[in-house]
Design a protein around this ligand. Structure first.
Ligand code: KIV
Ligand code: NA
Length: 273
């Protein structure tokens, strides 16, 4: 059955109905999101969101593969993209190809994503030449926040705008099927979207991008810390979970739970779990 959306199909949706993307890190979320989105990204944000690291530098190839496998088990339809974590592709094209190949072989995902423009064009081209689809990622690069001195919106100066445009063109030229643009002045992301032939996927970027992506935990209100301005919370799962835990704690302490319906009798075998 070939119902899964390929990277090439995503590429051909340039300029059409906006491409819907979310991150997913686990089997249950993949099961829930798969029917609603075009693309699921197993982002290295998993290191922060699920593992509690301060930055995405806490992600390893093994971590990405484990979560990639979980998401592939839960999804049948979406194009699944797995991030290459920091330290697994920057040194050389050969290192990048080896990491990308391992991720694809061990997860069965449709594509990999890596951060960088002009400086990573050789890596992107080499992975594409090896037959693996690549999604680019330019603008605010979370893997570089330590050396950039924090999360800073890009495209506020002339030089910065020119560098972003060069990065976008380099990623396109290297053969990426699409590119994430993160944390830029809106007009810059809009301009790039109109100048390149591959779809742009925005996050804190532009309403004109060819698609949008958010971190799933942010958009369902599971993120405990402050969320960035570009996040819209579509649900408040923090309070749903907190209320459930409070009710459970109170019922255990008062012996209201477990009730008769949650235990097994010696005589009635029909109610066995
Ligand atoms: O890791 C991630 O979640 C990402 C998206 C925010 C684009 O790279
Ligand atoms: Na990422």
């Amino acid at each position: 059955t070939d119902i899964r959306i390929s990277a090439d199909l995503i590429r051909r949706r340039k300029g059409g109905t906006p491409i819907v993307c979310l991150t997913a890190y686990t089997y249950p979320f993949a099961r829930l999101l798969d029917e609603h989105v075009d693309l699921l990204l197993v982002g290295d944000s998993v290191a922060m969101v699920l593992h509690g690291h301060q930055t995405t530098l806490g992600a390893s190839l093994e971590m990405m593969i484990a979560h990639g496998q979980a998401v592939m088990r839960g999804s049948a339809r979406a194009c699944v993209v797995v991030d290459l974590p920091a330290g697994t592709y920057e040194d050389s094209a050969a290192q990048a190809v080896a990491s990308a190949r391992r991720v694809v072989d061990e997860t069965g995902c449709q594509a990999v994503k890596l951060e960088g423009g002009v400086d990573m064009a050789r890596q992107i081209a080499a992975i594409v030449a090896a037959g693996i689809a690549v999604m680019g990622h330019i603008g605010l690069l979370p893997q570089s926040v330590e050396k950039d001195g924090g999360y800073k919106i890009k495209g506020r100066t002339e030089e910065n705008v020119a560098a972003l445009v060069r990065d976008a063109l380099a990623v396109e030229e290297a053969g990426a099927f699409s590119v994430v643009i993160e944390g830029t002045v809106e007009t810059v992301a809009a301009d790039i979207t109109h100048r390149i032939a591959i779809p742009t996927i925005g996050i804190g970027a532009s309403r004109d991008c060819d698609g949008q992506i958010l971190v799933i935990d942010d958009m369902v209100g599971l993120t405990v810390d402050r969320v960035p301005k570009f996040v819209k919370e579509y649900a408040d799962l923090r309070s749903v979970i907190s209320h459930a835990a409070a009710s459970y704690a109170s019922e255990v302490r008062s012996r209201a739970f477990p009730g008769l319906g949650h235990v097994f009798s010696a005589t009635n075998r029909r109610d066995d779990a």
